[in-house]
Design a protein around this ligand. Structure first.
Ligand SMILES: NC(=O)c1ccc[n+]([C@@H]2O[C@H](COP(=O)([O-])OP(=O)(O)OC[C@H]3O[C@@H](n4cnc5c(N)ncnc54)[C@H](O)[C@@H]3O)[C@@H](O)[C@H]2O)c1
Length: 384
């Protein structure tokens, strides 16, 4: 196992009715800005619960944060916060609202062009404190330091991470997810699954505990995901998927082990260029990342085949083939298509992505830093 430091201070309030308890988590004299997205919180009762929990408190609202939050919108919130002297943010929504709020929190005290936080990885030295009420289990953003922001003007989707943007608390009430469109439920299952794979499906690092935690999350998603889709008001299944998504990317399973993330980096370009949902891009790319990099990932692919899919018969190569096929089938079975053609995108996207990577000076991705632009090309050709 590699050395590591693990720190995660996010307080989780899990379960039905927990929104009522947020008042106690926010300083009583805070001037609060509630941030949210397209307005689903106003039709599913979440907004009313938040307002009731903050009764008598000093708060303003900022709505309209898009899926794949746009820099241009977030900067409007930054102006509002500076003008109004806001000192606490409350993100109410999915990963995009939470990510966007993290960016806003870091941008308000930032000296210079806030886009540099993502584009130049400029250090974040301060951030406004914030909490989250999560309405879409998928990203893990509610319990991690990462944020992904899209600059609409240039169609760039870039990330930053800082311990200063850990939420102070996050509410995970599975009932808030009942109103999700099925596509987003499916996306959430796949997103959480691929987050685990990015941290697990690399090479052995003598970290059996992390491996077994990762395998447990994968198996739980395989069992519970379809239950949610079969009965959209199955509270227990919703709760299990929600907790899986948080545990998939709160840092715990990734400590002391190599991590990949090539699938995510390629996927971000597909979203930026073609607007394909984040999880859909992962479903397209991951099976092919595993295929192209099967030699470097061989030992973990065999472990994954055995422990997650129960594949123990046949040659090593056939078990690996089957494990990759099972992964693809699982994504398809929960309703997320796995080919670029399913989204009307052709292979002409490949040179654009390679060109972007090269212009950004990226040399190689992946746990061995050997996913060069040439390897990315091989992966994308298989995505057709
Ligand atoms: N910070 C991280 O660690 C991390 C990890 C993975 C992905 N991301 C990023 O997160 C973003 C995706 O977030 P997401 O998958 O949570 O989706 P999202 O937040 O973009 O939401 C998707 C859609 O669902 C709607 N929605 C959300 N909750 C709802 C509810 N309860 N009822 C009805 N509609 C609802 C939203 O309004 C939106 O239209 C992407 O930009 C992705 O790159 C971040």
């Amino acid at each position: 196992m590699e050395n590591f430091a693990f720190y995660n201070p996010v307080k989780i309030l899990f379960g039905k009715g927990q929104i009522a308890n947020i008042g106690a988590e926010i300083p009583s004299d805070a001037k609060i800005l509630i941030t949210y997205g397209g307005g689903s919180i106003k039709s599913n009762g979440v907004y009313e619960q938040v307002k009731a929990a903050l009764a008598g408190r000093n708060f303003l609202e900022f709505g309209g944060i898009e899926a794949n939050p746009h820099l241009e919108t977030l900067l409007k919130a930054v102006d509002l916060i500076r003008a109004e002297g806001i000192d606490f943010l409350l993100a109410v929504g999915g990963g995009s609202v939470v990510d966007g709020t993290k960016f806003i929190a870091a941008a308000v005290p930032f000296d210079g062009d806030p886009w540099d936080i993502c584009a130049k990885q400029a250090p974040v030295k301060a951030a406004i404190p914030f909490g989250a009420v999560l309405t879409l289990p998928a990203t893990g953003s509610e319990m991690n330091t990462a944020s992904v922001v899209t600059k609409w003007e240039t169609q760039e989707k870039l990330f930053f991470a800082s311990p200063l943007v850990f939420p102070k608390f996050s509410v995970l009430d599975p009932e808030t997810t009942y109103s999700l469109p099925i596509r987003q439920v499916s996306n959430g299952i796949v997103d959480a699954y691929v987050h685990v794979m990015e941290q697990y499906l690399t090479y052995p690092a003598n970290a059996p505990l992390q491996d077994r935690m990762a395998e447990s999350i994968l198996k739980t998603l395989i069992e519970e995901g379809p239950k949610v889709l079969a009965d959209l008001h199955n509270y227990e299944a919703r709760a299990n998927v929600m907790w899986c998504a948080t545990m998939a990317l709160n840092g715990l399973i990734g400590v002391g082990v190599p991590q990949d993330w090539a699938t995510h980096m390629i996927g971000h370009e597909l979203t930026a260029l073609h607007g394909i949902d984040h999880a859909q891009t992962l479903a397209i790319v991951l099976p092919n990342t595993l295929t192209v990099r099967r030699d470097r990932k061989r030992l973990k692919l065999l472990q994954y085949a055995d422990r997650v899919w129960g594949l123990v018969d046949g040659t090593e190569d056939s078990r690996i083939d089957q494990a990759i096929a099972k992964t693809r089938e699982f994504f398809e079975s929960v309703g997320v298509p796995t080919h670029l053609s399913d989204y009307g995108v052709g292979l002409d996207v490949i040179p654009k992505i390679i060109d972007r990577f090269e212009k950004r000076g990226f040399v190689a991705l992946g746990e061995n830093q050997d996913v060069t632009p040439k390897v990315v090309e091989k992966i994308l050709v298989l995505c057709a």
